[in-house]
Design a protein. Structure first.
Ligand code: SAH
Length: 250
């Protein structure tokens, strides 16, 4: 691999868990962001927070590619489950991305990104297949290691790994009405978050492979805020670190 692998997290707790795996990280500032350069299982890596929302995410992706020369990007974070059966504690690996709040109609069809002639962008097939394989394994093994109390508190008895469409927009979706509207407009969508599709568009522009995995933290409904910090600390960060570790070890 000619250049480093970027390990991107959406939130501080997750990045801290990933940085905890690196023996030698050194920080470098750019564009108001802290980039952590180091190694993990012999791979050159750059860890960074994406920032929340599509603009912050696109800027981070561009800096990783232009300034740090990354050759592939792996993104871990949390998301709200949309499709029936995508539950808290499940994991979604993105095959495709779409900006659910992109709407230049009637000039362009709803959701189409002007200038691209398309609404969806693809994840890299090879990197995503590998990410799915390790996510599946982590899901089978990790909940037991988190302990009974955590498993019961969040209902992690039989977590599943889903693959498909991930949708992004500049909105934390936290009402039942809003998630129902998203499901109606985009019946294929598995989960909603705020950064993935922005990374996908930038990676498409530069021809850089991207893979994204999201732990489901909420159902994007009226209960979406419940226990978020605890879930992040005790479940999502552990999933992210274990998945990244397994991905680079393999
Ligand atoms: N409470 C957090 C902020 C969370 S913002 C804090 O204090 O930092 C939401 C983050 O989680 C974003 O990165 C987004 O990608 C993801 N996310 C999780 N559930 C979501 C939902 N229901 N709608 C939109 N984004 C969600």
């Amino acid at each position: 691999m000619a250049g480093p692998t970027a390990l991107v997290s959406a939130l501080h707790e997750e990045l801290a868990a990933v940085l905890g795996l690196m023996p030698d990280e050194q920080q470098q500032m750019s564009g108001g962001r802290t980039f952590w350069r180091g190694h993990l299982h012999g791979h050159d890596v750059v860890g960074v927070l994406s920032g929340i929302g599509k603009v912050a995410a696109a800027t981070t992706a561009t800096a990783l590619i232009e300034r740090f020369g990354v050759q592939r990007i792996v993104f871990t974070g949390v998301a709200g489950g949309l499709a029936p059966g995508v539950r808290v504690g499940d994991v979604v690996v993105a095959r495709q991305f779409l900006q659910h709040d992109m709407d230049a109609s009637p000039i362009f069809p709803r959701h189409e990104v002007p200038g691209y002639g398309r609404a969806t962008f693809d994840a890299d097939a090879t990197l995503t297949a590998h990410l799915t394989q390790v996510s599946d394994k982590v899901l089978r093994e990790l909940p037991a290691a988190l302990g009974n109390e955590v498993v019961h508190a969040f209902g992690l008895q039989s977590p599943r790994c889903h693959q498909g469409l991930l949708v992004s927009g500049d909105r934390f979706v936290s009402t039942t009405a809003e998630s129902a509207a998203l499901r109606a407009a985009l019946p294929e969508a598995l989960a909603v978050e705020m950064e993935g599709a922005a990374f996908a568009q930038v990676c498409h522009d530069y021809g850089i492979p991207l893979a994204v995995v999201r732990t489901i933290s909420d159902r994007a409904d009226d209960a979406a805020h419940v226990d978020f910090p605890r879930f992040l600390r005790e479940v999502a960060s552990r999933y992210s670190a274990a998945i990244v570790e397994a991905l680079l070890r393999g």
